[in-house]
Design a protein around this ligand. Sequence first.
Ligand SMILES: *Cc1c(COP(=O)(O)O)cnc(C)c1O
Length: 362
Amino acid sequence: MAQVHNFNAGPCVLPKQAIESAIEAIRNFDNTGIGILEISHRTPGWERIMAETEQLWRDLLHIPDNYEVLFLGGGASTQFFTVAANLLNKKAAYLQTGVWAKKAIKEAKFYGEVEVVASSEDKTYSYIPKGYTIPTDADYFHITTNNTIYGTEIKYDIDSPVPLVADMSSDIMSRPVDVSKYALIYGGAQKNVGPAGVTFVIVRKDILGKVERKLQTMVDYRTHIGEEKKNKSMFNTPPVFPIFVMHETLKWLKEKMGGVEGINKINKEKAEMLYNEIDRNKMFVGTAAKEDRSIMNVCFVMAPGYEDKQDAFMAFAKERGMIGIKGHRSVGGFRASIYNACPVESVKALISCMQEFEKLNA
Ligand SMILES: *Cc1c(COP(=O)(O)O)cnc(C)c1O
């Protein structure tokens, strides 16, 4: 098979090393003679993987001790309502920076008043609103740090007067964050830290237990924190295999890529290379406001005058092994997702492809 370059937005490229370990673990997990898909989650070998995975999260993101790290099912979309159920008493504040944020807002409304402090919907979410005021009477302020569909990113930690909650599905572990500035961070693993099927939640314990409503057992974060350490994220059967692949992905990040700080340097270089080409190339133009450009999802369209070449470029890129560069239907054009595991070579291959296309068509 010819070489492919995977720019899928999620699920997406994973480190080769993680895939190889996963294949081996399916055959024989931890020298038990049985595979990981067939093993009980109450065996010591598995409990060790759970503990190590949590430790990797703590080490890589420098998570303070008063935070819990949970691995749950249901995807980030389940967190849209879980967050509100656990934290929203009267009113919550949301920053509407994209469709994912809008979906989170919709779910929060089941539990109380939602104040949308600012929205960039007027310009197809091509920028991050600034200069808004976070209401001090809100129970929390919710942001989406990376807007996967539009390629915009809040690349700094916001100072919030109320507990800050962040959907970091698509930029977690891509750059250092000061966890202590957040009350809760969540996301689906399938963009940057593993395969689909496991959701991470990092939560500061003291914000829990303050809502008046009764919570269903599975909705209450405290159930998953548990009382005994060994029950953490194991109230019910955890997504064993996705957690295993996450474990291997994070091991790769820590041991081979220099952790979050190391990968952030590489991510910035990859993004800069690609944005430079978009800005230089006559045939393409970026869609996100320059100061808000995501280092994870790079969105671009054909430049004015070349709109009719879109399908031709798509076919041209496909012939050269570029996979998953079609933009989301709401933005059109192209989106290259260049997550942690996307090699620099893939970014270079896409750039060459754009340059060749320009030579032949401009
Ligand atoms: C992909 C994505 C989601 C949805 O995640 P699921 O795990 O599919 O529910 C939510 N928020 C953001 C920012 C995403 O990129």
